[in-house]
Ligand binder design. Structure first.
Ligand code: GDP
Ligand code: IMO
Ligand code: MG
Length: 423
């Protein structure tokens, strides 16, 4: 196979099955690299019949012959990172040797999590339904040029002045605005320095490592977190996450050039789901929505919240595919639609109000116009050859390709690797 540096990223509101696809492909690649987001992600893999949920570690982590990279665009919570390393270490050996982390990553500190929680629980501010992991406040600090980065935690002399200044700012907010006890500088110094000591053996210049792997003929997978409709610039703002989850985030977050990303594959579910607040034009409120949620196990892998379910939205997908250089699709979870009499796909919006302004993604006032396709009565679950799919499932796949304007290169019919069709 002629491998290329390949991005695997979600095109909907997250949870499309990125983890399964990255783990499935990673064995052929020199590394997989997470480049944005943080432990708000929940990527599920099945390895040797065991279900593993990853939040920060790349989904290549169980492959002994691939590296797992965390690029500088990721925001890291040290607590989350080390507890995940410990937990996943029970399933796979040699993590510390295979995991390479950029010292330029910004850190999520306890005050970020506190602010995320306070904002979400406040009655006066708009609720986003965040994962409460401190992601937004940590990215605010990065852009505000006051983030504590991994490199700062490697020496007391470097950490003290930056942490002191930042904590001054936050303690003012914590005391005066939230009426809470200030955080202790000494405790935060100790925590950060001890984690800084622990992370040292895993640090690497991820930008140069990608170049080096490529020079050795090894290709890299770029693993997106969240999905394009949650992208800070392209998504359904303000109901989005705080990073660029679409391809625009790859070069900045991994630390490579845009042309180093040679192949961009978007992962889409055969329907859509969303966790948290925000518009979702094709949301299903009846028994069929419940059936899909139950059959698809649509419960958040990070927060355990139920995921809202809806029909496949080809209007949004066509736009995202066209504007993001998406070269092909991985269609997941078609097996969840097994047994339905009819399957709907939103092919256009009725926007009689004229209020749907494309780039603003203000979807509140649109209503979906559906194409109704026949369901299939023979299950697709675990099928791994395209020719064995029921003819109605093939029709559904061709229709998605046609309305979205992109070829479907992988079809997934179950959570495990065997349930995968590569075309
Ligand atoms: P991610 O965040 O994009 O990695 O996706 P999640 O792991 O949050 O959610 C996807 C869920 O669907 C996980 O429970 C997967 O094990 C599961 N899954 C992935 N692909 C398939 C598929 O083709 N069929 C079924 N039934 N489940 C799948
Ligand atoms: P993966 O990588 C689904 C959603 C949250 C909330 C919004 C902002 O598993 O697909 P944040 O905590 O990021 O500030 O929350 O984004 N969200 C996700 N939804 N899958 C995810 O990740 C998500 N990460 C964040 O529910 O609506
Ligand atoms: Mg997920």
């Amino acid at each position: 196979m002629n491998l290329q540096n390949t991005a695997i990223l979600g095109l909907q509101w997250g949870d499309e099955g990125k983890g399964k696809i990255v783990n499935y492909m990673a064995g052929d690649f020199g590394a997989a690299c997470r480049y944005q987001g943080g432990h708000n992600a929940g990527h599920t893999l099945i390895v040797k019949d065991r279900k593993i949920i990853l939040h920060l570690l790349p989904s290549s982590i169980c492959h002994q012959n691939s590296l797992s990279l965390i690029g500088k665009g990721v925001v890291i919570s040290y607590e989350a990172l080390f507890s995940e390393i410990e937990e996943i270490g029970e399933h796979t050996s040699g993590i510390v040797e295979r995991l390479k982390i950029s010292p330029a990553c910004s850190l999520i500190q306890p005050y970020h999590q506190l602010i995320d929680l306070k904002k979400e629980k406040s009655n006066s501010q708009k609720t986003i339904g965040t994962t409460l992991r401190g992601i937004g406040p940590a990215y605010e600090d990065k852009v505000g040029r006051r983030a504590i980065r991994v490199v700062d935690t490697l020496s007391e002399g470097q950490l003290k002045p930056v942490l002191e200044e930042t904590l001054d700012y936050y303690n003012f907010i914590i005391e005066k605005y939230f009426n809470e006890k200030p955080l202790s500088l000494i405790e935060l110094m100790d925590q950060n320095l001890s984690f800084g000591e622990k992370i040292k053996p895993m640090l690497a210049d991820v930008s140069l490592l990608i170049k080096k792997l490529n020079a050795e003929g090894k290709k890299v997978l770029f693993e997106g977190a969240q999905g394009a409709l949650l992208d800070i610039d392209q998504g359904t703002y303000p109901f989005v996450t705080s990073s660029n989850c679409s391809p625009t985030g790859i070069a900045a977050g991994a630390g490579c050039g845009p042309l180093d990303v040679e192949n961009i594959l978007g992962v889409v579910k055969a329907y859509v789901t969303r966790v948290g607040e925000g518009p979702m034009p094709t949301e299903i409120f009846d028994d069929i929505g419940e059936h899909i949620a139950l059959t698809g196990g649509e419960v958040g892998a990070t927060t355990g919240r139920p995921r809202r379910c809806g029909w496949f939205d080809a209007v949004l997908m066509k736009r995202i595919i066209e504007t993001n250089s998406i070269q092909g699709l991985c269609l997941t979870k078609i097996d969840v639609l097994d047994g339905l009499d009819e399957i709907k796909v939103c092919k256009e919006y009725d926007d009689s109000s004229g209020l749907f302004l494309g780039e603003c993604m203000n979807l509140e006032n649109v209503s979906p116009v559906y194409e109704t396709l026949p369901g299939w009565d023979r299950p697709t679950k675990s099928i791994n050859s395209f020719s064995e799919l029921p003819s109605e499932a093939k029709t559904f796949i061709s229709y998605i390709e046609e309305v979205c304007g992109a070829p479907i290169k992988i079809v997934s019919t179950g959570p495990d690797d065997l349930s995968t069709i590569v075309r």
